[in-house]
Write a protein of this length. Structure first.
Length: 198
């Protein structure tokens, strides 16, 4: 039985959304195709009508999650304070605790260097990160634009590293200290209060 194109597209998006959430929460190896399909309310069989393999789903999930994240960043980038708030929110306890709804780079970057994952993870993650660098370079309220690209790479690496380390700790006080100290070490523009202007 063939389904209308709109219904098929809706199911495809639902699979992507659930898979992205589950992959970020439990890792690529921690989730089976059957679990993903069950979470969408579908049976295992139709999976291969949408994706050639689990690896193809993984790659498309990075694109899907990346598009949503870039939409949030673009919204934040409308004002200098929006960008500051974006950085503060990223380095928050709430984001640290929200793996499933959190950042795809913090969730997936460690998997990208594993053998056989270059196409499934490395390529789309690299494409996404290049766009992120460009967005931060142009939208962040840098005091000087002289080395904005290098500054963007440093701030993004600090943000991602801070969250990954904070999530890895089994000591709540240390975890929060990591988030706090990473934020304190970022450019003043990232920490400025709402009343300051860029």
């Amino acid at each position: 039985m063939r389904y209308p194109a709109a219904e098929t597209a809706e199911k495809h998006q639902k699979i992507l959304s659930e898979a992205s959430r589950l992959f970020k929460e439990r890792g690529f190896d921690g989730v089976s195709v059957s679990e993903i399909m069950k979470a969408t309310g579908l049976t295992h069989g139709p999976f291969y009508n949408h994706f050639d393999s689990k690896e193809a789903l993984m790659a498309e999930c990075i694109v899907h999650a990346g598009d949503a994240a870039l939409a949030d960043l673009d919204e934040a980038g409308k004002t200098p304070e929006g960008m500051r708030a974006y950085v503060r929110s990223y380095l928050s306890r709430e984001h640290r605790d929200s793996r499933a709804g959190g950042c795809l780079v913090a969730a997936f970057a460690a998997h990208a260097g594993q053998p056989g994952s270059e196409q499934a993870i490395g390529a789309p993650l690299t494409t996404y990160f290049k766009v992120l660098i460009d967005r931060f370079t142009s939208k962040f309220p840098w005091r000087s634009k002289k080395n904005a690209r290098g500054d963007a790479i440093r701030i993004l690496a600090s943000m991602y590293g801070g969250v990954v380390l904070a999530r890895a700790m089994d000591d709540e006080a240390l975890s929060e200290e990591i988030l706090r100290e990473v934020l304190a070490g970022l450019p003043a523009a990232a920490k400025a209060g709402a009343k300051e202007s860029g």
